[in-house]
Design a protein. Sequence first.
Length: 279
Amino acid sequence: MRRNKLTGSYSSLWESKSGIAVPVTFLMLFVSLTLIVSATYYFAVTKINISSQGLKVSAAKQRMLFLEDTIQSILWSPGSCEIYEFEDLGGTFKADPTAKRLVMNLTNDSFNEVFFNSSIGRVAYELPSSKDSNDYAFLKGDSRTVVNQSSSTMTQLYMTMGATAPEITLSYRPRAGSVVTEPDSGKPTNSLRIYVINLNSSQPLTMQGKFRLKTMCMNVTSTWKNYDFTNPLTAITLKVSLDGTVGTVSLPISSSVNGARVNLEAVTCNIRIQNVGDS
């Protein structure tokens, strides 16, 4: 009789434990599924955000390329202007007319003279936080501070790391060329021409959201210097410092036993970038 009672008690206890185990199992499954769904949602949202950010960076690159095309369309045409609209891409547009100090001088073994020393300005689009911030990844142009081929672009449009965030920077470098004319009094005359695109007439700007810019060719100015060399020479060096980065090009010079004449012309195209509605 006692054995039967004990058997009944064990049976009841087993049934009670089985009844408790089922809901606990379902609870554990529910919690596990909730964690999996939450983790999947988090990673999906993160991936979407990264993808969206990447699209904005790509769009910002394209807009800066379009801005450079707009500037190209008015270069060397005084009085010409274009209106350009920038979309809201989550970043900050900046125009700094005092940036990019350009210093140029002519030099050879016995001669050295600075003929240009001025800031030429730059514009930049500061991006929101992005992994796409490789220093000096050029979208147009390259790292040379000066070029001497008519086929080489003066544009330098590149990705770089700014003070606080990656940015797309647009600025310009000089281009040089030389031409030899007929001898005068036994000395060949060499004409050197240096081209400069100058943004230092631009309005200082810090703009976010959607905005419109006016790009305008203010004027084209020229300055001349003449040099008379009494000894033969075959080349003269143009040394350029652009924000402290130095580059050189060698310009061929035609001379005789009496020396050579060199006429230097610096041609500057002055571009103004401003917010539409401001004068």
